[in-house]
Design a protein around this ligand. Structure first.
Ligand code: IPE
Ligand code: IPE
Ligand code: MG
Ligand code: MG
Ligand code: MG
Length: 321
């Protein structure tokens, strides 16, 4: 059974082994750039860890694991345009370093490449994997569209938000784990538990991302702090604050979130309201709740090799980056 570090190293080595044509440079350079910036490699590691629950020889799971990482990086290229984000993994985003058109097309090519990598799976299971992967990929688009729509909506509920993050983020973790389980030979029931585990872990993960977006540190987080507040994102932080606010706080929050103001002043003022209402702690509580649910899903699977998944989940929710 391989450790988190070993699996992470395998993924990074395999990613650099993918060779891209030299031209057109503006199509392939950004792909090399974004994949070379690293990141946590969480999704492919989850594929391999799920596989390891059932079998040692991870070889068969590598291409689908890479597919999911390439797909994830594609979503980042487009997400950063949509969110007008200047920083990714501590460096310039692709659309800022090149331009929007470049980020769109390089992203498109990565999406296609992800499907190429999926198609390298064993003949006997490739259809099954393709079905799980495409379903998640479409749902990510649905989640992303809700995320954008909510920027301009004032009647978003916490349950709308949870459904949105389930789609944009959690289903891909679920799919990664289920795919690892399929390749490893897990039963349908085990696959379901793996998917549910990923879904709950993913919701916790996105809640933590939203928390770090406001209260993290640019150095470690690698993204602009306050970006969600600038873009009027209807995160749990905002929605819970609205729920708990008094009349004045509510008026201020609603006022700030109805403008295109992207100033530090707005970010700081909103963060002060969040802090006054104990929003960071309340968010951490909800993260723990989803973490516990994920642990229950994992407990339902019978394997002696669950330790890396347990340790990795804890690490992901404790993270600062
Ligand atoms: C960023 O994903 C997008 C979200 C779902 C929050 P990660 O936090 O996994 O990004 P990297 O790949 O580690 O940079
Ligand atoms: C993005 O959510 C989820 C994706 C599908 C890319 P965010 O917009 O919060 O991700 P970051 O914070 O930019 O990484
Ligand atoms: Mg974003
Ligand atoms: Mg986004
Ligand atoms: Mg974010």
């Amino acid at each position: 059974m391989k450790s988190i570090q070993e699996l992470s190293a395998i993924i990074s080595e395999e990613l650099v082994r993918i060779e891209y044509p030299k031209t057109p440079r503006s199509l392939y350079e950004p792909i090399d750039y974004i994949l070379g910036l690293g990141g946590k490699r969480m999704r492919p590691i989850l594929v391999l860890m799920a596989y390891q629950l059932f079998d040692k020889n991870i070889e068969k799971a590598i291409s689908p694991a890479l597919a999911i990482e390439v797909f994830h990086n594609f979503t980042l290229l487009h997400d950063d345009i949509m969110d007008n984000a200047p920083l990714r993994r501590g460096r310039k985003t692709v659309h800022k370093k090149w331009n929007n058109n470049v980020a769109i097309l390089s992203g498109d090519a990565m999406l296609v490449q992800a499907f190429q990598l999926i198609s390298e799976a064993d003949n006997t299971i490739v259809k099954q994997i393709l079905a799980v992967f495409s379903k998640a990929a479409i749902e990510v688009c649905e989640g992303q569209q809700w995320d954008m729509d909510f920027e301009n909506r004032s009647n978003v509920s916490i349950s709308d938000y949870l459904k949105m993050i389930e789609h944009k983020t959690a289903v891909l973790l679920g799919a990664a784990l289920q795919i690892g389980g399929i390749i490893g030979g897990g039963t349908i029931t085990e696959q379901k538990h793996l998917y549910a585990f990923g879904r709950n872990l993913g919701i916790a993960f996105q809640l933590k991302d939203d928390l770090l977006d406001a209260f993290g540190d640019t150095e470690t987080f690698g993204k602009q702090i306050g970006g969600d507040i600038m873009a009027n994102k209807k995160t749990y932080l905002y929605l819970k604050a609205l729920e708990l606010s008094d009349k004045d706080q509510r008026k201020n929050l609603e006022q700030y979130f109805s403008t295109n103001d992207t100033s530090e002043l707005k970010v700081d003022a909103v963060k002060i309201i969040f802090l006054n209402l104990d929003i960071p702690e309340l968010t951490a509580n909800l993260i723990s709740e989803y973490h516990s649910r994920a642990m229950e899903n994992l407990a339902a699977i019978n394997s002696e090799n669950k330790e890396p998944l347990l340790a990795f989940s804890a690490l992901l929710l404790d993270r600062v980056s």
